[in-house]
Design a protein around this ligand. Structure first.
Ligand code: CLF
Ligand code: SF4
Length: 297
């Protein structure tokens, strides 16, 4: 039975460049930057730049309307035949911009039904929108979960904005944690493949990530992507006044290895821009800037 399950799973991920290590050499993804707002504050985030939870801090992606985004997807799909997955991953949180995010997915579903849809979120609004996600047939969802203990969460998230109210400190973090776990459960229930990203912050959650890994495994996440915090002033990121830094390559590998017994660990993440285009290792976003893709149609 396990073999059968593995085969089915394989078929579902074998052209997704992030979910399958092999696929990333042959299949491309693109992101459209339609979601500027965010509903939480991460200490390391500088909102002028892309969301650091799924992408590359220090980069300013070009914002598009849903209509522009759909047009761009058609142009790119026509020129890059390996383009299999369209993701929305920022520059803020896609589910803090539900109208723009879901309108974009709708248009792409209508106009390019073969393209798989992928969504990355901090998870706060995931339980709220799970039905839309199911309706739209979104294949893959990523939640960024960097803690499963609110006492650690308070060192990462100073506030959470939930349903028109701002919650500071522990109160906010508890809501975020609860919604992230509810979101995981809802995805499992809906049979949507879930990847979890964790931002590794030395001195804050490095000893805690194996616990995160254990919990997300129990809740049925399929792959764990432990990403290094990129914290350099030139990247626009910072860590409050406490001066946290990103991990070294060895520190990152150590934590990834600690978690590897449990479930699949993603090690080929490139921390993409919110408007990335192409294979994971290449960046063709400039080739398809707004100015250029408008001329291509
Ligand atoms: Fe984009 Fe993310 Fe979907 Fe991939 S990226 S929304 S799961 S289609 Fe991939 Fe890029 Fe790493 Fe993300 S390499 S940052 S994990
Ligand atoms: Fe910034 Fe992303 Fe955190 Fe929002 S979720 S505060 S955009 S890093």
């Amino acid at each position: 039975a396990t073999m059968e399950v593995d085969e089915k799973l394989k078929a579902r991920i074998d052209n997704h460049p992030c979910y399958s290590e092999e696929a990333h050499h042959h299949y491309a993804r693109m992101h459209v930057a339609v979601a500027p707002a965010c509903n939480i504050q991460c200490n390391y985030c500088n909102r002028k730049y892309d969301c650091a939870n799924e992408s590359r801090p220090g980069v300013v992606s070009e914002l598009l309307s849903p209509e522009e985004a759909a047009k761009k997807v058609l142009v790119v799909a026509g020129r890059i035949p390996q383009m299999t997955v369209l993701g929305i991953a920022g520059p803020g949180d896609p589910l803090a911009n539900p109208d723009k995010t879901f309108r974009t997915f709708e248009l792409i579903k209508e106009q390019a039904p073969d393209i798989k849809l992928c969504l990355s979120t901090n998870g706060l609004m995931l339980p709220e929108y799970i039905d839309r996600i199911k309706q739209l047939n979104i294949d893959h969802v990523t939640i960024t979960i960097s803690m499963v203990d609110p006492a650690i969460g308070v060192k990462i998230y100073p506030w959470v904005h939930y349903k028109r109210k701002r919650y500071r400190g522990l109160e906010g973090v508890k809501i975020l944690h609860e919604k992230q776990i509810e979101g995981l459960e809802a995805l499992k229930e809906a049979d949507i493949l879930c990847k979890v990203n964790s931002v590794l912050i030395p001195g804050v959650n490095d000893h805690h990530i194996p616990e995160v890994n254990k919990v997300i495994n129990e809740y049925g996440a399929f792959i764990h992507n432990i990403m290094p915090l990129i914290s350099a002033p030139e990247h626009g990121t910072h860590f409050g006044l406490t001066g946290q830094r990103g991990p070294t390559t060895a520190e990152l590998k150590k934590v990834q290895d600690q978690c590897a017994g449990n479930m699949k660990i993603m090690r080929h993440c490139r921390q993409c821009r919110a408007d990335a285009v192409g294979l994971l290792g290449e960046d063709r976003s400039q080739e398809f800037s707004k100015e250029k893709f408008s001329e291509m149609t």
